[in-house]
Design a protein around this ligand. Structure first.
Ligand code: SAH
Ligand code: SF4
Length: 381
């Protein structure tokens, strides 16, 4: 068997790994042993698997491998935030961010290199789309993050207690790989993270939400960003395909299946003078009247030639107060890791764009250098 045909065990769920062992004529229980070595102990060398006999280790070496994405860089911010740039098989780079908070550590994981959905305020969207990450490349980000804190045996607190699928890409457009990776995150033989602490964030690929509800029960976040269709059509173009009523219905169906008083997280990136006015807050209250949810406001994180600005702290507070007064649970996301460019929406990686969108964005940037147009003109890509 050649190098390239080796099966990468890193991205296999427990049932898939059991199937693999069966396919090579071995007992299914080996899957549990190997998963523990990979995910609990961060091992990538079959030789280190001391409860597996020499003959099977040799057999595994010949037909399988444990291969995470290649680490291009690792930065640690003064506030403890960590950022990795990793290279995936397609040659593009994606980013992973670890954010420590009191009593927990949240890992923000990428699901695609680039993104095809082109939300107008998102630097990932501006780069265009290159490739879906494999399940191994998605779970590999969790594997790398845990390993960076030292080898952590089972039952000892891990550094990564929460995972949010809020890095680069739209996870519902890389459905099977995102689901497999999240299953490994929640499996006790994997990372044992509770279903409440794994969150998938979507810009609103409505039909896939029903599919998601059939296979997994992770927490759900919707990137709302606008309280009416006219504005959302501009900011989140997929809204033209799945408008607010359709997407909110799909979210409600997903959440109601979960039971146990779980609620939708509504993410709302605040853009100065675009979606941060009192009328927008009032519309949002109306829109979310019968949606069990909590609201997370994300002050816009600027990137060059985005054409948008972050609202003032007063405007952010005013918006929060209006929602709060209407009875909503509202938090404002604080920016972390700014000194290592790890903030939301600033994950740029290095995507080899197949859609040529980044060329168009760069052309506009160059135009900006020459003619210095107004920010709003620069945004018309
Ligand atoms: N594709 C998914 C998940 C990745 S984006 C989604 O859109 O939900 C994660 C979150 O960061 C989204 O809510 C996104 O809208 C937000 N975001 C993107 N660019 C941003 C920026 N420049 N400033 C603040 N938030 C941003
Ligand atoms: Fe893609 Fe999410 Fe960025 Fe929109 S906000 S372009 S869906 S990554």
């Amino acid at each position: 068997m050649t190098e390239t045909t080796k099966v990468n065990l890193l991205g296999l769920t427990q049932p898939q790994l059991e199937g693999f062992f069966e396919s090579i004529g071995e007992k299914r229980f080996r899957a549990g042993q190997v998963m523990k070595w990979i995910h609990h102990f961060g091992v990538d060398d079959f030789e280190a698997m001391s409860n597996i006999g020499k003959a099977l280790r040799e057999k595994l070496k010949a037909c399988a491998e444990i291969r995470g994405p290649e680490i291009v860089s690792q930065d640690i911010s003064s506030d403890g935030t960590r950022k990795w740039v990793v290279r995936v098989a397609s040659g593009s780079c994606v980013e992973t961010v670890y954010i420590p908070q009191a009593g927990r550590g949240t890992l923000c994981v990428s699901s695609q290199a680039g993104c095809s959905l082109d939300c107008s305020f998102c630097s990932t969207g501006k780069q265009g789309f290159n490739s879906d990450l494999t399940a191994a490349e998605i779970i590999g980000q969790v594997w790398i993050a845990n390993k960076s804190f030292g080898t952590v045996p089972a039952k000892i607190d891990r550094a990564v207690t929460n995972v949010v699928m809020m890095g680069m890409g739209e996870p519902l457009l890389n459905f099977d790989n995102a689901v497999a990776a999240m299953q490994i995150m929640m499996d006790d033989l994997g990372y044992g993270i509770s279903k409440r602490k794994v969150t998938l964030s979507t810009s609103g690929v409505a039909p896939m939400l029903d599919e998601l509800g059939k296979v997994i029960d992770v927490s759900l976040a919707l990137s709302l960003h606008a309280p009416n269709d006219a504005l959302r059509d501009r900011l989140v173009p997929i809204n033209r395909k799945y408008p607010l009523a359709v997407v909110l219905d799909a979210c409600k169906r997903y959440i109601s299946r979960l039971g146990e008083k779980r609620v939708l997280t509504v993410e709302y990136t605040l853009l100065k003078d675009v979606n941060d006015q009192p009328e927008h807050a009032a519309q949002m209250v109306e829109l979310l009247r019968d949606v069990p949810c909590k609201i997370n406001l994300i002050p816009f994180n600027p990137f060059p030639f985005s054409g948008y600005e972050r609202p003032s702290n007063n405007a952010i507070r005013r918006f929060q107060d209006l929602l709060h007064q209407a009875g909503h649970n509202v938090t404002v996301r604080t920016t972390r890791g700014e000194d290592i460019d790890a903030a939301c929406g600033q994950l740029v990686g290095q995507v080899m764009d197949r859609t040529r969108r980044s060329e168009r964005h760069i052309a506009v940037r160059q135009l900006g250098d020459e003619a210095a147009p107004s920010p709003s003109a620069a945004n018309r890509t």
